[in-house]
Design a protein around this ligand. Structure first.
Ligand code: TXA
Ligand code: MG
Length: 351
């Protein structure tokens, strides 16, 4: 664990059992109302005691996040869902049994004691039990395993989520509100959890609010019903804002057939173009080659976006992945990263 602000520095590795002292120090900081960043299998989280409104307020302050965006409550394996949720549907118990600990967040009717700051003023709460060993050790140590950690991704609002402890330090530097960063190595999934809304089952059925590593089909296989896509009245999720998870450098996606010619044209015009590709494309600028399958691609995506964002490129070109269901989570994150830059390639080619 790295204590910020000059306190004792201790290193926590993915081997949580070997770092019991650092884990209990982090749990004590959280119990005292401080913020601690910790690894999960999806991305790193910026954690606070979910039942301490001041601690949750500090998350919003550190992230620069609007007050009405709810945060997910992370719980230990075997936690009592009925403590956090007012009316647990059978589908939620089945999904928790099938996928927890793991990268699935359930949106459910909240129990009355959950602070407004956690639920963003809505009548629901997002709950998830992460599978990363350091996250599990922390949740077991915190309040004796009976607490919940409110934790959004540990990045400034709208930025790319962190998948390493170094990414978290890059985001928050000397932020005084952040008491410690637990280092558990790179997050193995690499994109945020799948979110399924079960809070309006009777009227709307299950709804997929954010695609991720656990697919709609896997959810359907467990509950016997395919989750629908969100409608206007679905609970708000900041991860569902069109522009989100975006680097500062403009991002554009191009079909594999178009990419080499466009890249050559942009480079001929003197543009410094960074490239994320899964096939062998050559160019002059910095590039990251990601695997041509969605699991490995998701694992490397955010680190690639961060690295190329630091490269001084005018543009990050992304070879568009296939429009196939296994790529849904990756395509969703790429679309959001590129959202604010629509038309950028055409503008560069005209200029
Ligand atoms: O994988 C993840 O889910 C990571 C790790 C740290 O667990 N967390 C994460 O948190 O991505 P965050 O806050 O960056 O994104 C969570 C999303 C947000 O879009 C938030 O609006 C939505 O979940 N959310 C949380 N509680 C909700 C609720 N009660 N109703 C609807 N959406 C909710
Ligand atoms: Mg986030």
């Amino acid at each position: 664990m790295q204590q910020q602000g000059g306190d004792a520095a201790v290193n926590v590795t993915a081997n949580a059992a070997a770092d019991a002292a650092a884990i209990s120090a982090a749990a004590a900081l959280l119990e005292a109302g401080r913020l601690v960043a910790f690894p999960t299998e999806t991305v790193y989280g910026l954690g606070a005691d979910a039942e301490n409104p001041q601690a949750v307020a500090a998350i919003y302050a550190a992230k620069g996040r609007p007050q009405d965006h709810p945060v997910i409550v992370h719980v230990a394996p075997g936690a009592d869902l009925d403590y956090w949720v007012s009316d647990v549907p059978e589908a939620a118990r089945k999904l928790a049994a099938a996928f927890w600990p793991g990268p699935l967040t359930l949106i459910l009717k909240r129990a009355s004691h959950i602070p407004d700051a956690v639920s963003g003023g809505q009548d629901t709460v997002g709950v998830r039990c992460p599978s990363h060993p350091v996250a599990i050790a922390l949740l077991r140590a915190f309040k004796g395993g009976k607490g919940g950690l409110a934790a959004p991704s540990a990045n400034k609002f709208g930025n790319v989520s962190p998948t390493t402890a170094q990414h978290v330090r890059d985001e928050f530097g000397a932020e005084p509100l952040l008491a410690a960063v637990l280092d558990g190595g790179p997050s193995e999934v690499g994109i945020e959890s799948t979110i399924v809304d079960l809070s309006r089952l009777a009227t709307h059925g299950p709804v997929l609010l954010r695609p991720g590593h656990i697919s709609a089909q896997q959810i359907a296989d467990v509950i016997g019903q395919m989750p629908g896509l969100p409608d206007q009245s679905a609970p708000r999720a900041s991860g569902t804002l069109e522009s989100h998870y975006a680097p500062h450098t403009p991002v554009a996606m191009l079909a594999p057939g178009q990419l080499p010619a466009t890249l050559a044209q942009l480079e001929a015009l003197g543009r410094k173009v960074a490239l994320i590709a899964y096939s062998a494309i050559t160019g002059a600028g910095p590039r990251v080659r990601l695997p041509d399958e969605p699991v490995g691609y998701a694992y490397g995506l955010y680190a690639a976006l961060r690295e190329l964002d630091q490269s001084g490129a005018d543009l990050i070109l992304v070879e568009a992945p296939p429009h196939a269901l296994p790529w849904l989570g990756v395509n969703d994150r790429l679309r959001r990263a590129a959202f604010g830059s629509s038309g950028i390639v055409e503008r560069f080619l005209r200029a």
